[in-house]
Design a protein around this ligand. Structure first.
Ligand code: NAD
Length: 489
């Protein structure tokens, strides 16, 4: 680790943020965070237990009435200041993400731009929450419809986009007038701790954002979720954990937002612009080393162009450089841990065993660090596990198809429905695909769909609710309708 990295890590708070101050866990317990590129321990931080979780919720509940009553413009200005501070500290935040999560620095910089944007977007939305006033159809009275913050929220985030997943939840919650407890992934908690300090610098009042880091995600979360004072749960993570939390949330009839797993199809038709399709495939597959819920999982390619497409993506993969994300020229960083490497290895082994062709890559790299090379598989048989499970690694699996109906049938044959990608130059075909693909988002001739101004979210088992866009703030608002008499009656 370089001296500048050590200096940056020393600046990251190592406690729990509760009621506006940093404190150790009640038991004094701590846990270690590791660099996935080297396996080295990089920092020890507080390991919260159930009592700490409850204390964080106490603080969020205490702060709620005053924050909800704070003028939207004042809330907006704090978010805007936080956006400016994120922009000022962009290089540090990017480096921190690269150290704790592994993504190459260039990608980490991209995430800072994307993640910071939620602070700006929702600072702009805070003042735009409105209601309605209207007549009843019978002239019997007047209806007043108003919006109110839902109350204290619990936010759980994954490790793959440490900044953006946090700002995508915190910013709309705060803009709406809600207070929060956030629990980042135990694998990448440092970015959230750093962000929390930035929010303090932006003069966010004590208790509006509380941060709990823990290796006991299950018990700490269950205690918060089943506490009758909580009003909202927003979770981003895997579908199995999301289903478990939905069941826990049922008892208190919590508002929930669930951003869950994906199994994105990437369709390339014979009329596609192949240059664009290959560029899009690189972004949709290898960004974050394939560790994105939006990562293309199944490349469904027309039989007439599949050889050409396979050759071109394999040639591009040959130019990749694998290594620690801080090094110049690295395009493929490590996976998050050794379990992820074993999973990629198993999925590739299963597909090859069933008859898939291995074009490049395919074998895990010995440590230190958790590395798996960019891999291209052709003619992947339908039963292969890799077509049915979320890969979360740099493996590009190709399935040829004959006609549009077959492509669509393959694409929709999954319980997931987050995002799809379609490459075609035929307008009518593009429209048919948009209407028939069972996904919450579609990239038409593009390989990246995320944007703070867009409603991000999935259909089917990929989730409930939307993050970003004008829809994003609605997740943190509840509606009240008031009936009043006809003033002329
Ligand atoms: P994960 O489900 O293992 O963990 C997500 C979070 O849940 C972490 O903070 C973890 O500590 C916590 N958690 C784990 N078990 C828990 C429990 N029993 N109770 C409460 N909290 C618990 O997911 P991950 O491995 O961190 O992230 C990868 C997954 O996230 C992938 O499936 C990916 O598709 C999904 N994801 C979805 C989106 C989206 O917007 N749809 C975005 C990013 C990631």
């Amino acid at each position: 680790m370089s001296a500048s990295e050590a200096e940056l890590l020393a600046e990251v708070p190592d406690g729990l943020l509760i009621g506006g101050s940093w404190r150790p866990a009640g038991t004094g317990a701590r846990f270690a965070v590791h660099d996935p590129a080297t396996g080295a321990r990089i920092k020890q931080i507080a390991d919260a237990d159930v009592a700490d979780g409850r204390a964080a919720l106490d603080a969020a509940c205490d702060a709620f009435p005053a924050w909800a009553a704070t003028p939207p413009r004042a809330r907006a200005e704090i978010l805007r200041r936080a956006f400016e501070l994120v922009r000022e500290r962009a290089e540090d935040i990017a480096l921190l993400m690269t150290i704790e999560m592994g993504k190459p620095l260039a990608e980490a910089r991209g995430e800072v731009a994307y993640g910071g944007e939620f602070l700006r977007w929702f600072s702009e939305e805070a003042s735009r929450v409105t209601g309605r006033y209207g007549n009843t159809p019978e002239n019997s009275g007047r209806m007043i419809i108003t919006k109110h913050p839902v109350g204290p929220c619990y936010l759980i985030t994954p490790w793959n986009f440490p900044l953006a997943m946090a700002t995508r939840k915190i910013a709309p919650a705060l803009a709406a007038g809600c207070t929060v407890v956030i629990k980042p992934s135990e694998l990448t908690p440092l970015t959230t701790l750093f962000l929390a300090e930035i929010l303090r610098e932006a003069e966010l009042p004590a208790g509006v954002v509380n941060v709990v880091t823990t290796t006991s995600a299950g018990p700490v979360s269950a205690a918060i979720i089943t506490d009758p004072r909580l009003r909202k749960l927003s979770f981003t993570g895997s579908t199995p954990v999301g289903k478990l939390l939905l069941a826990q949330a049922a008892d208190n009839v919590l508002r929930t937002s669930m951003e869950l797993g994906g199994n994105a199809p990437f369709l390339v038709f014979d009329d596609a612009d192949l240059d664009r399709a290959v560029d899009g495939a690189m972004a949709a597959k290898f960004r974050n080393v394939g560790q994105a819920c939006t990562a293309a999982n199944r490349f469904i390619v027309h039989r007439d162009v599949v050889d050409e497409f396979t050759r071109r993506v394999t040639d591009r993969v040959r130019t990749f450089t694998m290594g620690r994300g801080t090094e110049d020229g690295v395009t493929i960083g490590p996976l998050i841990d050794d379990r992820a490497v074993r999973k990629a290895d198993d999925l590739v082994g299963d597909a090859v065993h069933r008859g898939a062709t291995l074009h490049i890559g395919g074998t895990a790299v010995a440590g230190p660090g958790s590395f798996f090379p960019a891999t291209v598989l052709g003619d992947v048989p339908a039963q292969s596990r890799i077509l049915h499970e979320e890969i979360f690694g740099p493996v590009l699996a190709i399935v040829p198809f004959h006609d549009e109906d077959e492509a669509l049938r393959i694409a929709n044959a999954t319980e997931y429905g987050l995002v799809s990608y379609v490459y075609t130059e035929n307008l009518a075909r593009a429209q048919r695909m948009i209407e028939r693909l069972e996904t919450g988002m579609t990239g038409l001739n593009v390989g990246v769909v995320s944007n703070a101004a867009a409603p991000f979210g999935g259909w089917k088992h990929s989730g409930l609710g939307r993050e970003g866009g004008i829809e994003g703030i609605e997740e943190y608002l509840q509606t009240k309708y008031t009936m009043t008499p006809d003033p002329f009656g």
